[in-house]
Design a protein around this ligand. Structure first.
Ligand SMILES: [Zn+2]
Length: 494
């Protein structure tokens, strides 16, 4: 078995991933706000699941010029609220890690160029502002991008490393000389820097131009994930040569593979680089799509692959731990529980852990929900690598079983300190089981399903600005298409 000492839970509450189960950290008058008491309950839950760190992203909407005035309600509120959250986390025994992309600015997602004088000043002003805003925080991580990065003015993978050294020296250590920073390598590595980013002649640094379909080519269908193995080699060699310039206890975040699913396409395997870096620095993983990807909110079941991957981490290099990500912290309770268990003992059987979870929430007669809820893992999207393929007939039967069990489940039997309360959780699972049953049936009214999903999950966007990455609409479209067609045994898995 392996026991990881660093077990992190990451809620990505960025502006493009808002939904009913994610906290709204931006707009006081809009739905989905969490009180400090809610945060306390959440931290008590994840602590009981086995986590000892919580991480959050100071997303581009926050990493923006109005913050510097000290008078912007959105930015000032986030600052005040996050300081309260940091305090509550510490009371519960959770450390907190704030993450920022090195250079992605504002709700329009502008990729500031560190080789431009004004842009560089803006980058450092914003880093200084946010780092000085959270005096009690445990540490910060410097992320390369996604969104973020640069290939203007000759910027490449080396530029990111050099920028990270300057941010560490001139900002992080200035505000806290004892800080043990985290350095992200997410991407192929270093998402968005140099050759990883799509090249557009005379690009203005904006997300809008970067993702304009007229600049798409067959070779670069996505704006990032274009780095190859040779570049990965050069990038890691450069990083390793510069590591002595970071504080000795800087944790390097490095996955075992260099593509969106931590597989070996694109940048290839990163295991030998992880082993090399581990000779001088602590290392941890950031295996983002392992738990739930990033588009449609639904109760994921990616536990078998999660278990396999965590064992792979443990065998590959002396990782101190890893991260479990969610954009649905009030829904993905089972995944958060099982990931927390496996991080403490990689030999734990994920199916048994899932059954244990439902026993602890709804009583021993509900253990079967652990097995049945695998039927939710039928949504093709980022990180979808199912263990089993299901016929619609099997699914209909299984969703009905889930409904029957949940209708009989008694939330008063809950022995775990879960957030939200077990009755709310039961009702949410029931909602999904009923929607999935409808979509597995004949003559499903897909337009109606889309409306229902919008009301249930995405409604906050009726009250707040749509993100420049308008995936809230795409999520609703794609939810309504779930199980549109029968799955065949000969279908490619993903
Ligand atoms: Zn640049």
């Amino acid at each position: 078995m392996a026991h990881f000492t660093y077990r992190s839970l990451y809620i990505n509450f960025a502006e493009h991933l808002q939904n009913a189960w994610n906290p709204n950290m931006y707009y006081l008058e809009a739905p989905n706000r969490w009180s400090v008491e809610d945060w306390k309950n959440y931290f008590v839950m994840i602590k009981s699941f086995g986590y000892n760190n919580f991480e959050f992203w100071i997303s581009p909407t926050l990493f923006d010029r109005p913050a510097l005035s000290g008078k912007s309600p959105l930015h000032e509120n986030f600052k005040r609220e996050m300081n309260e959250i940091i305090k509550v986390g510490h009371e519960v025994g959770i450390t907190l890690l704030g993450g920022m992309c090195a250079n992605c600015v504002g709700p329009g997602w502008y990729f500031a160029c560190p080789k431009g004088k004004d842009d560089k000043k803006l980058i450092f002003d914003l880093w200084n502002f946010w780092v000085s805003s959270f005096p009690e925080i445990d540490s910060f991580s410097i992320g390369p991008g996604d969104p973020g990065g640069c290939n203007r003015n000759g910027c490449n993978h080396e530029t990111f490393v050099d920028l990270a050294i300057e941010i560490t020296d001139q900002v992080l250590l200035k505000h806290n000389p004892d800080m043990k920073p985290f350095l992200g390598t997410w991407g192929t590595p270093f998402s968005g820097w140099g050759e990883d980013l799509k090249y557009i002649e005379n690009w203005d640094g904006t997300w809008a131009m970067l993702t304009d379909p007229k600049f798409a080519t067959p070779e670069t269908p996505a704006h990032i994930w274009n780095g190859k193995r040779e570049r990965a080699k050069k990038a890691f060699e450069y990083l390793i040569s510069k590591l002595p310039k970071f504080p000795k206890e800087t944790t390097v975040i490095i996955n075992t593979g260099m593509d969106p699913d931590t597989n070996f396409t694109m940048g290839g395997s990163a295991k030998k680089y992880a082993r090399e870096i581990a000779k001088t620095n602590p290392i941890t993983t950031w295996d983002y799509s392992l738990s739930e990807g990033e588009l449609i909110a639904y109760p994921h079941f990616r536990l078998p692959r999660m278990s396999t991957k965590m064992r792979e981490w443990a065998a590959a290099a002396p990782y101190k731990g890893g991260m479990n990500y969610t954009m649905t912290p009030k829904l993905s309770l089972m995944t958060q529980y099982v990931a927390g268990q496996i991080m403490q003992d990689t030999d734990i059987n994920p199916d048994i852990a899932a059954a244990d979870f439902f026993e602890k929430v709804f009583g021993s007669e509900m253990r079967g929900l652990g097995e049945l809820t695998e039927a939710f893992e039928v949504v093709r999207g980022w990180g979808y690598h199912p263990r089993n393929l299901w016929s619609k007939e099997m699914l209909r039967e299984t969703y009905q079983e889930i409904i029957d069990m949940l209708e009989a489940a008694d939330p008063s039997k809950c022995t775990l300190p879960i957030f939200p309360d077990p009755e709310t959780y039961r009702q949410d699972l029931l909602w999904f089981a009923r929607e999935f049953l409808k979509m597995a049936g004949e003559n499903c009214d897909r337009a109606e399903v889309r409306k229902e999903f919008w009301e249930k999950s995405q409604k906050i966007y009726d009250f707040i600005p749509m993100s420049c990455d308008p995936r809230a609409h795409l999520a609703a479209d794609n939810f309504s298409k779930i199980l549109e067609r029968e799955v065949s045994w000969s279908d490619p898995i993903c």
